[in-house]
Design a protein around this ligand. Structure first.
Ligand SMILES: [Zn+2]
Ligand SMILES: [Zn+2]
Length: 343
């Protein structure tokens, strides 16, 4: 099979590999589409320690099952599926509590680090455990289904914050995940959704996809604008960047007793306006990956509550993918999602 292998820091090779081994509890999937994630771009130079070469990356995929292991009874050849980026064990204390994204034995598809190595889906075929697969709703295209993972990340973040019908929210960062958080908030009934970013084209898209108001924080005092618009501060803030300035902004944009959900994790450490959090009794939520939101994410896409087509920057084959990794790394344009379609 043809695969895109990361062979050195930010260096790719299109290789011919043997089909992956399929254990008794695995399925083999013929990949139809796989999204390039920000974590692939940030990690491919080796700096995150999560993409140690050689590795085939790719954890946002859809495809068709072409082989099932001998113990697999609930999936069949021909099923159209996506899979959880998290490989959870179903056996540890966190899995038993239903928090599989916190699994003690957590592995991630398309990640290679000191503890484990799992080839992902920038490849014609990928093997994964059957228990992390989800069947696609009828009629949902493979391209849209490849968004189940980032949409799941957004829905999980919104679920963490316990948003209610009629609540107000501010979303800081209108990149791919921010634009999905905005749509998830609209879907869950938020009455006012304010998007903040530094790029006008992203803010235009944010408005098309459900933001009621947008502010470019380069040109506006975004915090005071949010406070005015929401009569004293939003009920919820979502920080989808992961830096000190934007975390501070999220805290400043909410009312007393509000929630701040931290999704972005670009910087390992940020400064925190401690007294504003303590004296205003804010609730901070960390949000990581997906905890069972795949069916919800897939149906939101299939029913059009969350639109992913406007977020596709390019659809490319395996041979053209290395150029796109370089373009995404250079980040000279406000790119959103690039899908690698192996055929
Ligand atoms: Zn990802
Ligand atoms: Zn576990």
């Amino acid at each position: 099979m043809k695969a895109l292998e990361l062979v050195g820091p930010s260096t790719f090779k299109v290789v011919d590999k043997a089909l992956p081994e399929v254990s008794a509890s695995d399925v083999l999937i013929e990949v139809k589409a796989c999204g390039i994630c920000g974590s692939d771009i940030h990690g491919m130079d080796g700096s995150s320690g999560r993409r140690i070469p050689p590795v085939v990356m790719g954890h946002e995929a859809s495809g068709v099952i072409v082989q099932v292991g001998s113990d697999v009874s609930d999936l069949s050849v021909g099923d159209r599926v996506t899979f959880d980026s998290t490989v959870f064990c179903n056996d540890c204390q966190y899995c038993n509590q239903g928090r599989v994204n916190l699994c003690d034995n957590r592995q991630v598809m398309g990640v290679s680090c000191d503890e484990f190595h799992r080839d992902g889906a920038f490849s014609q075929h990928v093997a994964c455990p059957a228990h992390i697969c989800h069947r696609l709703p009828e009629g949902l295209s493979f391209e849209e289904a490849a968004f189940a993972e980032p949409v799941g990340v957004a829905v999980h973040a919104v679920n963490r914050s316990k948003v209610k019908q009629g609540d107000t929210a501010v979303v800081i960062g209108s990149g791919l995940i921010g634009l999905l958080v905005i749509q998830a908030l609209k879907w869950k009934g938020c009455s006012q959704i304010i998007a903040i970013d530094l790029d006008d084209s992203r803010l235009t898209l944010a408005k098309q996809l459900g933001a009621t108001d947008t502010f470019n924080s380069k040109q506006h005092d975004a915090v005071n604008s949010v406070i005015d618009l929401t009569d004293g501060g939003a009920d919820h803030a979502f920080e989808v960047v992961g830096a000190s300035v934007t975390v501070g902004m999220a805290v400043d944009c909410v009312r007393k007793g509000a929630s701040v959900t931290l999704v972005g994790n670009l910087s390992p450490e940020v400064t925190m306006p401690l007294q504003k959090v303590v004296t205003r009794e804010l609730t901070l939520f960390g949000s990581c990956a997906i905890n069972g939101e795949y069916p919800e994410a897939l149906s939101a896409i299939a029913q059009g509550h969350i639109q992913v087509r406007p977020l596709i920057t390019a659809q490319v084959n395996i041979d053209d993918a290395p150029d796109w990794f370089a373009k995404l790394k250079a980040a000279d344009q406000p790119y959103l999602k690039v899908l690698v379609c192996p055929e």
